[in-house]
Design a protein around this ligand. Structure first.
Ligand code: IDP
Ligand code: MG
Length: 149
């Protein structure tokens, strides 16, 4: 099964949206295999967002991501990386379709509630930043026999 890394950002945690995010991914049929609440140290933020280090918005992004706890998760399921990106919606909430998490719950690109990996390679790398192997649980949902062809 493909894995993806998902993070409810500090604005989402502070607004009480952890349950809503989990609920949407659970209802989709994905399997939660790891989760924790953490205030990220600078080092992990730099690793997480390494492709953005030189971007003009990086200082404000770093400040925002370290401003409070985030909720880190690993989800498994068929095509979980593109499936979760679709549920999350466009980076700028102004462009995010209704029905997506950013489309339904955010207004500002700098406060867009959630992060999700953009490729299987990013997912593998990001999971490794935030979780050790023994934190990833292995189990089956009882509905998987009807969720998949
Ligand atoms: P993504 O989160 O949809 O993958 P990325 O382009 O990877 O979007 O950007 C990472 C994060 O950086 C965004 O989710 C957003 O929080 C922030 N960000 C990206 N572009 C801007 C911008 O132009 N202004 C402010 N923040 C930005
Ligand atoms: Mg990204």
């Amino acid at each position: 099964m493909d894995r993806t890394f998902v993070m409810v950002k500090p604005d989402g945690v502070a607004r009480g949206l952890i349950g809503e995010v989990i609920s949407r991914l659970e209802t989709k049929g994905l399997r939660l295999v790891a989760a924790k609440l953490e205030k990220l140290p600078e080092k992990k933020v730099m690793e997480q967002y390494r492709e953005h280090l030189e971007k003009p918005f990086f200082p404000s992004l770093r400040h925002y991501i370290t401003s409070g706890p985030v909720f880190l998760m690993v989800w498994e399921g068929k095509n979980s990386v593109p499936v979760v990106r679709t549920l999350v919606g466009a980076t700028n909430p102004a462009d995010a379709a209704p029905g997506t998490i950013r489309g339904d719950f955010a207004l500002d690109i700098g406060r867009n509630v959630i992060h999700a990996s953009d490729s299987p390679e990013s997912a593998h790398r990001e999971i490794g930043i935030h979780f050790s192997q023994d934190e990833l649980c292995s189990y089956k949902r009882v509905d998987e026999s009807v969720l998949y062809e």
